[in-house]
Design a protein around this ligand. Structure first.
Ligand code: ADP
Ligand code: MG
Length: 694
């Protein structure tokens, strides 16, 4: 008998165990059983060959059409060419010196074929294909067998789907399941299977409704796991009394020097935050506000409100550039208060000596305002008395990191800010442990940014773009040029077609419109000090045009920038484009944003981009993103620390599952059930490395 924790090498061949570990990080029974099929095929339903992606590992169901053996030219040996078909289109398999396979691959037989697709003289080929033919004659009940769905697993080049299936079968036969985590009453109420049934049927369905029910069950588990965990955090927070923090002289002084009036929304949110800080219960608040809605000043005021008693407040930003910007901006806004509060910056790129100095100021309490990147989370950072942690751009951070920062003090309030607005209903669902504030009003003097989608294939359009940029520069303004990637040799994006910052920077250098223009280059692979130097030069107006990647996406504030050109704009999501666009129009002059694309006006990606022309509402755009793109990008929930948490559940498309689970989670939280045990069994474990799309 094997339990969930039994390692696979005790159950299956050593070689297969090693392959599973190497390809997917799967080492235990539970990890294997949580390696869910990606989809299911039905015998007889052939996979459309013409729709296969090129250059990817695929698993398809096809029929052998014909064979052809021919000798190798000028060498010993032969080539066996096998044509497989889906009934309308063909693909070719090639085997060297394996003529014996012609005894297996009999025309008319069906089976699974796996390999990497390539295109060779107009025809799809499977390189080094692996196959498993169906053998109907060996089946007891051919009719039932024909109806049984075939699970298709995320596979690797050494482990095709059907081999994984066989290992799973073997392990399922020996596995002893842990005790069912949920009570029967709850299972009934949710209409789901037991864990054992679900984990069995997801791998071994005899009918499509089997895997449907199994999937629903496991999705519900994931939702419950999430909700219960959030619920626990919330419960702990509500029970943990913290020292109330009240604003006083510091905030008063700050407000007196503030050069503008807070907007109504800023005042409202400020009041919500001050109420939380003074309540004696740890704040755990999400502040959503579109780009330019003025979150920074709200955060800074919260920080000032919490440190009157000599404690400290910290703000953590997702990038070096942004942390540095915050540091500069905060010092500026504080004015004379800087002397008293001694703001300090901590980033991983600072020299050891600088870091040590900063750490000392933090642990001694000399610095009451601390600004930094991820490095603030690291163990060596100790606070004298941290009262408020502000996290800028939540979508870049996971729940664990948030918790790590909170654990840096006894009495820590948390404020999380995001400028990638998540549709309101969704925010409450997925950040169940947070209260939500929204800045739904922008400071009055924001400039309208006129946005245009430009098709680069239209003659004259591109040179008009650069002419337009040069006009802005002549008028004393500055411009951003944003590219999807850093250099052409970058493999990340997987295509050779999109614009690269380094190349664009060089080609603009010889563009006649850019003759007297001072060009700068900024991207993520540059050393940190170079990045800050370029950013500073641009901010001070020593550069006119900054060619960059999306490193400028969040938070960068250069009021004199009035034009933004985004190359291959269709590579970006709307929410992200909106973020980028928010970098211009921050001063007194009107701004322009040009979205360049190779897509023609009829295409879906062009249509999607034109939404940018018609709306300036980040919420609306992020909702559109949900329509056009896959989720994950929008919620950030599949990023960083959260990656391993959700395997089947999509927080957008499965909102219904979440809504159904919500009251049940509440109910469970109010019982004395072992919630951590439930969470453990409901949440899939371990991040698995998926190599092929199966
Ligand atoms: P975001 O919400 O995108 O982080 P910022 O906090 O960077 O926005 O604010 C954008 C700009 O608006 C900053 O230059 C800031 O000084 C300015 N600002 C913020 N609040 C107000 C206000 N109430 N009135 C005028 N300008 C404001
Ligand atoms: Mg900001």
């Amino acid at each position: 008998m094997a339990t969930f924790d039994t390692t696979l090498d005790q159950l299956i061949g050593e070689k297969t165990a090693k392959q599973l570990a190497r390809a997917f990080g799967i080492k235990t029974v539970e990890q294997l059983l949580r390696h869910y099929p990606r989809r299911y095929l039905q015998r007889g339903q052939l996979t459309p060959i013409s729709q296969l992606p090129i250059d990817e590992n695929v698993t398809i169901l096809a029929e052998v059409e014909k064979l052809n053996t021919r000798p190798l030219k000028g060498k010993k040996g032969s080539i066996l060419e096998v044509t497989i078909t889906d009934g309308s289109a063909n693909a070719k398999l090639t085997f060297f010196n394996q003529a014996w396979r012609s005894n297996q691959l009999i025309p008319g037989s069906q089976g699974l074929f796996a390999g990497k697709t390539s295109m060779f003289s107009g025809q799809i080929q499977l390189a080094h294909p692996d196959y498993e033919l169906f053998d109907e004659s060996s089946e007891v009940d051919p009719e039932a067998w024909a109806k049984t769905p075939i699970p298709i697993y995320p596979a690797s080049s050494t482990l095709p789907s059907w081999r994984i299936q066989k290992v799973v079968e073997k392990v399922l036969a020996e596995a002893q399941f842990p005790e069912e985590p949920l009570e029967q009453g709850i299972l009934d109420e949710l209409g789901i299977l037991t864990l054992e049934q679900a984990l069995t049927l997801i791998h071994r369905p005899s009918h499509p409704r089997d895997f449907e029910q199994a999937t629903k069950t496991l999705k519900t588990h994931e939702a419950l796991g999430l909700l219960l965990e959030f619920g626990l955090v919330r419960k702990q927070l509500e029970q943990s009394k913290v020292k109330p923090r009240k604003p006083g002289e510091i905030l008063e002084k700050f407000d007196k020097n503030l050069p503008y009036q807070l907007t109504g929304a800023q005042q409202k949110v400020a009041a919500e935050i001050e109420h939380d800080l003074a309540s004696g219960i740890a704040m755990n608040r999400l502040l959503q506000g579109d780009v330019g809605s003025g979150k920074t000043v709200v955060a800074l005021r919260a920080m000032l409100a919490s440190i009157e008693d000599g404690s400290q407040a910290a703000i953590i930003a997702p990038t070096e550039v942004l942390a540095t910007q915050h540091f500069i901006a905060i010092n500026q806004m504080l004015g004379e208060l800087s002397q008293q509060l001694q703001p300090v910056l901590l980033t991983g790129q600072m020299t050891q000596t600088e870091q040590r100095k900063a750490l000392l100021k933090i642990v001694s309490g000399t610095a009451q305002i601390v600004i930094g990147t991820h490095s603030l989370i690291s163990e060596r950072v100790e606070f004298f008395d941290l009262s408020l942690a502000v996290i800028d751009e939540q979508h870049r951070f996971g729940v664990e990191q948030r918790e790590a920062l909170r654990s840096k003090g006894e009495n820590v309030h948390t404020l999380i800010m995001t400028a990638t607005p998540i549709p309101r209903t969704l925010a409450v669902t997925i950040f169940g442990d947070l209260s939500v504030s929204v800045l739904d009003e922008k400071p009055r003097d924001r400039q309208k940014i006129s946005t245009h989608v430009v098709n680069v294939d239209q003659p004259g359009h591109v040179s008009r773009v650069w002419e337009r940029v040069s006009e802005e520069v002549k008028a004393g303004s500055q411009a951003f040029v944003v590219c999807p990637r850093i250099e052409l040799s970058d493999q990340d994006s997987g295509d050779g077609a999109s614009a690269a910052a380094i190349e664009v920077f060089h080609s603009l250098g010889s563009n006649p419109y850019m003759k007297d223009v001072r060009l700068g280059l900024l991207h993520g692979k540059m050393p940190a000090d170079e990045k800050s130097a370029v950013m500073a030069e641009f901010a001070e107006g020593q550069l006119d045009v900054l060619v960059s990647t999306t490193v400028i996406e969040v938070g960068v504030d250069v009021p004199n920038a009035t034009a933004m050109v985004i190359l291959d704009a269709d590579r970006f999501g709307l929410a992200q484009l909106h973020q980028l666009r928010g970098r211009v129009g921050r001063g007194s002059k009107p701004a322009i944003c040009l979205l360049l694309t190779k897509s023609d006006a009829e295409s879906e990606s062009y249509q999607r981009l034109s939404a940018m022309e018609s709306t300036d509402d980040g919420f609306e755009l992020s909702e559109l993103d949900l329509l056009y793109r896959k989720e994950g990008d929008v919620t950030g929930f599949n990023q960083s620390g959260n990656k391993s948490r959700l395997k089947l559940l999509g927080v957008v498309k499965d909102q219904e599952v979440i809504t159904t689970a919500q009251p049940i989670a509440k109910k469970i939280l109010n019982t004395d059930a072992d919630i951590e045990a439930i969470v453990k069994l409901c949440s899939p474990i371990d991040d698995q490395k998926v190599i092929s799309r199966g």
